[in-house]
Design a protein around this ligand. Structure first.
Ligand SMILES: [Zn+2]
Length: 336
């Protein structure tokens, strides 16, 4: 007891009290996935709040007064970008009157700048194309390689905002990335081959053949091993929100239940899609819980395909409690 008192007195005398207990940073993220990754990277040095819960459609959110209040004293705002939050981000930023998190300020981080982006339109966008995102598909968090990159981007921005904790942020990001690597490929394979080499193989299309080699097959684990039997499977999704996941794990998307992004399924489109799905041998229809399953069930009845409903965001289902657990859940549900 005496030692503790002595220590406290010494710290106070040296003026260490305030520095040792620097105030926790306040981070607000637009989505639950970003909140999960930010928590992993910031550790005990920040309070993190995500706006979109994972049970909600991130395209359709409203700017609530309670959220504007949260943004008021935020040190860092993190968004998915690529216009995912176009309907509700600006009113929150404006309403918060917090200059630190305005677009372009150090406290505003758009992690799409660090992500690998697909579906960048090659031709000019017209209204007739539906709710197309003109800078590319914003559903990139379902690629675990992007999960890795998001963690790195958050660590670097936090290091910039609070240089004295830079080492801790970078160590936390590295630990998060290592955990993702091991869940993706299995501990043994990562140890034998190295994570960098394995991620490169997922990008240049050589992973499947590599995993088929007997020596590697026995070492492989994690998500790639679980989904290996599904490689090349043709699937239908509700919205174009599974492109990144399909791309990383070798699934082929034949079409969407939505005739155009953001436009609900129609009878005419479903008839066309059913014909295409039959011709292509689609056995799986994949969608998020916040969309109606009516169209999926109709297509399933016409084609015999299985409907898989699974969260595509942290918090979308109780089991999707954090980012790695979300990926676990999706892989598990698909490989059932
Ligand atoms: Zn979308």
């Amino acid at each position: 007891m005496r030692t503790i008192i002595a220590l406290v007195t010494t710290c106070a005398a040296l003026g260490l009290g305030t520095e040792a207990m620097a105030e926790r940073l306040k981070i607000v993220t637009t989505t639950s996935d970003l909140a999960s990754i930010a928590k992993a990277v910031a550790g005990d040095k920040a309070d993190v709040r995500g706006i979109c819960t994972g049970k909600e459609d991130p395209h359709m959110l409203q700017a609530k007064p309670s959220v504007i209040l949260q943004a008021r004293d935020a040190d860092l705002w993190i968004r998915i970008g690529l216009e995912l939050e176009i309907g509700w981000e600006q009113p929150i930023l404006d309403g918060s009157r917090n200059n630190r998190i305005r677009v372009g300020a150090p406290g505003h981080l758009d992690v799409s700048e660090s992500a690998l982006i697909l579906d960048v339109p090659q031709a000019p966008i017209t209204r007739a194309m539906g709710d197309v995102h003109p800078m590319g598909n914003p559903h990139y968090w379902l690629d675990p390689l992007n999960g890795r990159r998001i963690a790195g981007a958050i660590a670097e921005r936090l290091a910039q905002l609070r240089p004295e904790d830079a080492a801790a942020f970078r160590a936390n990001a590295a630990a998060f990335q290592k955990a993702l690597d091991e869940r993706m490929f299995g501990v043994e394979l990562v140890k034998a081959v190295g994570a960098e080499a394995l991620w490169t193989k997922t990008q240049d299309g050589t992973l499947a053949a590599f995993l088929d080699e007997p020596a590697n097959k026995t070492k492989a684990g994690g998500w790639v091993a679980a989904l290996h039997p599904l490689r090349g499977r043709k699937i239908v999704t509700y919205h174009r929100s599974w492109v990144y996941f399909a791309n990383r794990f070798g699934l082929t998307i034949v079409g969407e239940l939505e005739p155009k992004p953001g436009v609900p399924p129609t009878a005419a489109h479903l008839a066309e899609l059913a014909a295409a799905a039959k011709a292509e041998g689609v056995k799986l229809i994949l969608q998020e819980p916040f969309y109606s399953t009516k169209a999926a069930n109709q297509l399933a009845a016409k084609t015999g395909a299985r409907v898989v409903v699974v969260a595509n965001a942290v918090g979308g289902e109780p089991a999707a409690s954090d980012y790695p657990a979300l990926m676990d859940l999706i892989v598990q549900r698909l490989s059932m």
